[in-house]
Design a protein around this ligand. Structure first.
Ligand code: ADP
Ligand code: MG
Length: 261
């Protein structure tokens, strides 16, 4: 028997002491967070508290000024050479980023491509996978998000909720290890929010590791294994949803929740 930690017990995402400034403005003031495989973490907090910046750091879209982030045991933005960390080249960063799916508030689908082409583009061009294989996977995913009948439609022919479901399927078509969501329903008309949250809930049930920035407290209560409250660049409270949302300990968390609930 091995005495090593089983790989599925290691956190898939680990942030330690992450700091990030824009000029004189320190936006992340030492973030420590671990997300296990299959875990769903909802990140909540007021506008400007640093939630998007943190997600962008995990996805190498921003360079951090202090601390380290690991995704699946690899240090984000650096590679180990002997004992030393070296900054990754642009190509290396792009290669590692394919492990991480990201869905934004604005769906930014490619407007000149059909739904199916949107899904197939990156697996073909970036991962250089076989067309028939990618096409099959794309149809499977479109079926999962209830969009297979629109495979040949263009984004402009779809509602916001439909576009966001396609954006989720597109991210999944890259077979990422973790999915990051940054307020995926905030730009939607209220009646379209539910269909997107349903797709995300199914994805969570399927075992996907997810970090979700959201103001949808109902979703956080139902789906999150853990809720993390950020304030002013720090995590100030975290725990199971029923604790953080139901019985917040920190005054800041209480003030935030009473404003959004
Ligand atoms: P949240 O997602 O929680 O609303 P953000 O991470 O978007 O917060 O922003 C945190 C702070 O960082 C805000 O004060 C915002 O104005 C600032 N900020 C975000 N991105 C930039 C940037 N590219 N340049 C300068 N300031 C930024
Ligand atoms: Mg944000």
């Amino acid at each position: 028997m091995s005495i090593q930690t089983a790989p599925d017990e290691l956190p898939l995402v680990r942030a330690e002491g992450v700091r990030k400034s824009y000029g004189p403005l320190e936006v992340l003031k030492g973030i420590d967070l671990e997300v296990k495989r299959g875990e769903v973490v909802c990140l909540i907090g007021a506008s400007g508290s640093g939630k998007s910046t943190f997600l962008r750091c995990v996805n190498h879209l921003e360079k951090i000024d202090g601390g380290l982030i690991w995704v699946d045991e690899r240090v984000v933005g650096y590679r180990l050479k002997g004992e030393k960390l070296h900054e990754q080249s642009h190509n290396e960063i792009c290669a590692d980023r394919t492990d991480i799916g990201m869905v934004f508030q604005h769906f930014n689908l490619f407007p000149h491509m059909t739904v199916l082409e949107n899904l197939m583009e990156a697996p073909l061009k970036v991962l250089k996978q076989r067309k028939d294989e990618v096409r099959r996977r794309a149809f499977d995913l479109l079926e999962k998000v209830g969009m297979h009948e629109k495979a040949h439609a263009y984004p402009r022919q779809l509602s916001g909720g439909q576009q966001q479901r396609v954006a989720i399927a597109r991210a999944l078509c890259m077979q990422p290890k973790v999915m990051l969501f940054d307020e995926p329903t905030s730009a939607l008309d209220p009646e379209l929010v539910g269909e997107v949250l349903r797709v995300m809930k199914d994805l969570a049930k399927s075992g996907m590791t997810m970090i979700v920035v959201t103001h949808e407290m109902g979703f956080a209560r139902d789906v999150a294994d853990r809720v993390v409250f950020m304030h002013d660049g720090r995590i100030i409270e975290e725990g199971p949803a029923e604790a953080v949302i139901g019985r917040p300990q920190h005054e800041r968390t209480r003030a935030f929740l009473s404003a959004v609930l």
